[in-house]
Design a protein around this ligand. Structure first.
Ligand SMILES: CC(C)(COP(=O)(O)OP(=O)(O)OC[C@H]1O[C@@H](n2cnc3c(N)ncnc32)[C@H](O)[C@@H]1OP(=O)(O)O)[C@@H](O)C(=O)NCCC(=O)NCCS
Length: 179
């Protein structure tokens, strides 16, 4: 593809919550098996309140000023866990899929993770989600385990794969503290 992409990716802030929540609800309604939250929980809790909580980051993709996709990286605040991030909520509205928006948001989050000095990024993906699995695998994520029946929706169970991408080398606990 030549020229500039017809979309723009930027960090979302609390000022974007009003446009973020409809997209989030669209994601949960279209793909209940791809996300841990339900529509009812989103309406009650509103995941938009987490937006802009540095060093966590939520990216939004905009086309002609309209939000067409979003993706988040959550970084724990706890001292023993803040070296890692968890990718969540990646969604591109159907009309814009297959044009590189998902990959661009993922790469943006991984660049942020590297800049923040994170050691690895993890995520969970429903085992049958071919598009998302391919996106993650092509970006270097490896499957580190499968949780059977991780989600149950209306009596149907779904396995989830846990995937991880290592960003820096490790000093393992055993090496760092052999005694
Ligand atoms: C997963 C999702 C975010 C991908 O977004 P997208 O903008 O369509 O993805 P891209 O165009 O950037 O494609 C990136 C890569 O994803 C993979 N991919 C995308 N769509 C695919 C499909 N239909 N089948 C197989 N692989 C696919 C490919 O590896 C692709 O790279 P390639 O074009 O070089 O082969 C989008 O399909 C989506 O919103 N799905 C529903 C929500 C969801 O399942 N989220 C994931 C929760 S874990």
């Amino acid at each position: 593809m030549s020229g500039l992409a017809p979309w723009l990716i930027r960090s979302l802030t609390q000022d974007d919550v009003a446009v973020f929540q409809p997209l989030r609800l669209e994601a949960l309604r279209l793909h209940p098996e791809a996300f841990g939250a339900s529509v009812e929980e989103e309406l009650m809790e509103g995941s938009g309140r987490m937006i802009g909580a540095h060093p966590s980051l939520t990216l939004g993709a905009f086309a002609d000023g309209v939000l067409i996709g979003s993706a988040g990286l959550q970084v724990p605040v706890r001292v023993k866990q803040r070296h890692r991030g968890n990718l969540f909520g990646i969604f591109v509205t159907p009309a814009w899929r297959g044009r590189g928006v998902g990959r661009a948001m993922l790469e943006g989050l991984l660049a942020h993770a590297r800049d923040a000095g994170l050691r690895h990024v993890t995520l969970s993906v429903t085992s049958g989600n071919a598009a998302a699995r391919a996106l993650y695998r092509h970006s270097g994520f490896l499957t580190i385990g499968v949780e059977p029946d991780s989600l149950v929706i209306d009596g149907t169970a779904y396995d989830e794969e846990r995937m991880a991408l290592r960003l820096t080398g490790y000093v393992t606990g055993a090496t760092a503290n052999p005694h």
